[in-house]
Design a protein around this ligand. Structure first.
Ligand code: AP5
Ligand code: ZN
Length: 216
């Protein structure tokens, strides 16, 4: 299956992508995670991306598209993938279509996670990420057994730089202006499926699995 998750920051794309990719045995390709790994590794790509990420702006398309092209050319993505955080505007979506067409592939389904902005602010301001394994928790909704310590591997939990309230508001604006148009773009292609992303993580996973199974 070749699928895309789309939704505002904090909708739970990363949380669901991790679970769904494991259950469907396809790789999760998260542009945000790849950028963050490059920033912490101090690579050239990370240096180019960092200032955009800190402000909550999109990294320029030519940087992002080239990175995704390389990732989707890897062997494990040949027969399927779950994209999380890409595409993020119509130009990226058109590039993705063209990229897939080169190898006679196309997307099966685009799953939209819907959640309102106040919920997003609550989710992101309480989010904590593990420095060693990347596992994501929440101070209220998924509190770690020990304060500041990852439940999976005991690593240190930290708050992302772009999860400060004013940056969250800006990311929401960027979503509204640049990413939300993708919903009608994919609806017009007949491959959009939309689910409510509120309720427990398990409930959302259940809805996502049915939507992916049934397609658009
Ligand atoms: P990215 O990492 O993609 O950030 P985002 O889209 O803003 O998404 P988030 O990671 O903030 O949220 P999420 O939906 O994954 O939610 P999560 O599962 O963590 O991108 C970061 C930056 O990189 C961008 O700003 C940009 O600069 C750059 N970038 C990335 N892709 C790009 C692209 N294609 N083009 C250009 N630039 C790009 O959940 C959030 C919290 O809620 C967690 O604490 C979680 O535990 C909790 N939670 C999850 N589900 C539930 C639930 N059901 N109930 C209660 N709490 C829940
Ligand atoms: Zn961890």
């Amino acid at each position: 299956m070749r699928a895309v998750l789309v939704g505002p920051p904090g909708a739970g794309k990363g949380t669901q992508a991790q679970i769904l990719a494991t259950e469907l045995s396809i790789p999760k390709v998260s542009t945000g995670d790849i950028f963050r790994a490059n920033v912490s590794g101090g690579t050239e790509l990370g240096k180019r991306a960092k200032s955009f990420m800190d402000r909550g702006d999109l990294v320029p398309d030519e940087v992002t598209n080239a990175m995704v092209r390389d990732r989707l050319a890897e062997d494990d993505a040949r027969d399927g993938f779950l994209l999380d955080g890409f595409p993020r505007n119509v130009a990226q979506a058109e590039t993705l279509d063209a990229m897939l067409k080169e190898t006679e592939r196309s997307l099966d389904v685009v799953l939209e996670l819907k959640v309102d902005e106040e919920e997003v602010v609550k989710r992101l301001s309480g989010r904590r990420t593990c420095r060693s394994c990347g596992h994501v928790q929440h101070v209220l909704f998924d509190p770690p057994a020990r304060d500041g310590v990852c439940d999976v591997d005991g690593g240190e939990l930290f708050q992302r730089d772009d999860d400060r309230e004013e940056t969250i508001r800006h990311r929401l604006e960027v979503y509204r202006e640049q990413t939300a148009p993708l919903v009608s773009f994919y609806d017009a292609k007949g491959i959009l499926a939309t689910i409510q992303a509120t309720g427990s993580v398990e409930d959302v996973t259940g809805r996502a699995k049915s939507a992916l199974r049934d397609g658009a």
